[in-house]
Design a protein around this ligand. Structure first.
Ligand SMILES: [Zn+2]
Length: 335
């Protein structure tokens, strides 16, 4: 209720201030996942439709940000402190092969982006567990809220337990992706992408592990296994990380820093001041807007760019108060 009230105020403020130019020493980070060629493909029920976004939507985001006068960066420029503010950073989580569609668009508009890869899926070729759960649930006639609830429950399990549960429920064959839309990058595609000047490859843990759920050894193992795999395939170590589910705590920030990562992104929706991007721990818990989706694109973009916002102030305060764990959400909508 309180969150809805805050959002309503922020939307009104954003409308009032929608023509204000973006000024100052600020960094806006945006989170996306898989990119759809169009919304019709959702009818195949191969991917969890939570926050669907199309290639055309990404183009709209870039055009709007360019009109706002921001420059585009990735974690590499932030780590090197070579950012011209105000700046925007486009990030794509998980390592979906459908992210390859972005390349012609990014080249045409000359905009860089970061792909945060859960390397275990690249290595195994298995579909992402939430897509398997969704696809198989829909095939069995379940409704979307029930599947979403089950997804949120399963999130609290370790990755190997989640995998075993899927096998027990749907059989080992269910782990195989069905099309290009739901498959992870292959090692060859990851290697080629890493060579693209406009693409940065980042760490998203090896098994898409929600790090706050594991002990210290498990956290270190997940981050360093991803680093090692990326180094093996791409020839270099990443400088940035996106924490799965956006969850982190002080120990995770320390481990991340000790493993050589310089920049980390959460799912706390606030703009970053230039000062906070310069060194750990602040540079390892950057705010990131993860609410942009096809049907709410303009609204969410305006909210992120509005010069004032209550939700942003609260999120920024929360980032300092670790551990931070994302609230359970279980209402995927398809409109
Ligand atoms: Zn993810």
């Amino acid at each position: 209720m309180r969150r809805k009230f805050i959002k309503a105020i922020d939307i009104a403020l954003a409308k009032l201030l929608r023509f204000s130019p973006v000024r100052g020493q600020q960094l806006f980070v945006y989170a996306f996942h898989g990119v759809l060629p169009d919304l019709d493909i959702l009818g195949q029920n191969l991917t969890d439709p939570y926050q669907p976004i199309t290639l055309r939507d990404i183009e709209r985001v870039i055009v709007r940000l360019k009109e706002s006068g921001v420059s585009f960066v990735t974690g590499r420029e932030i780590a090197a402190q070579a950012v011209r503010y105000p700046a925007a950073w486009l990030t794509f989580d998980d390592g979906y092969a459908n992210n390859l569609q972005l390349l012609p668009l990014l080249r045409r508009l000359d905009v860089p982006a970061t792909i945060f890869v859960a390397t275990g899926n690249v290595e195994s070729g298995e579909a992402y567990w939430w897509d398997v759960l969704f696809r198989e649930g829909m095939q069995r006639g379940k409704n979307m809220p029930d599947i979403a609830r089950q997804r949120e429950e399963m999130k609290s399990l370790p990755p190997q337990k989640i995998r075993q549960q899927l096998i027990d429920m749907f059989g080992a064959e269910s782990l195989r992706p069905k099309a290009d839309i739901d498959r992870p990058l292959t090692p060859g595609e990851l290697c080629s992408l890493a060579k693209e000047p406009l693409i940065e490859i980042g760490n998203h843990t090896h098994n898409h592990c929600i790090l706050t759920l594991g002990d210290g050894a498990c956290r270190r193992r997940e981050i360093s296994a991803c680093n090692a795999y990326l180094q093996k395939i791409t020839g270099s170590l990443p400088v940035s990380i996106a924490y799965p589910n956006g969850d982190f705590d002080q120990q995770i920030l320390k481990i991340t820093e000790s493993l050589g990562l310089k920049v980390g992104v959460t799912c706390l929706p606030f703009r970053n001041r230039a000062g906070s991007t310069q060194k750990p721990p602040d540079s390892l818990r950057l705010g990131r807007f993860a609410g942009l989706r096809s049907d709410k694109l303009e609204r969410e973009l305006s909210l992120s760019l509005a010069p004032v916002g209550l939700a942003q102030s609260l999120a920024e305060r929360m980032s300092k108060r670790t551990p931070y764990q994302t609230e359970t959400q279980c209402t995927p909508k398809r409109e």
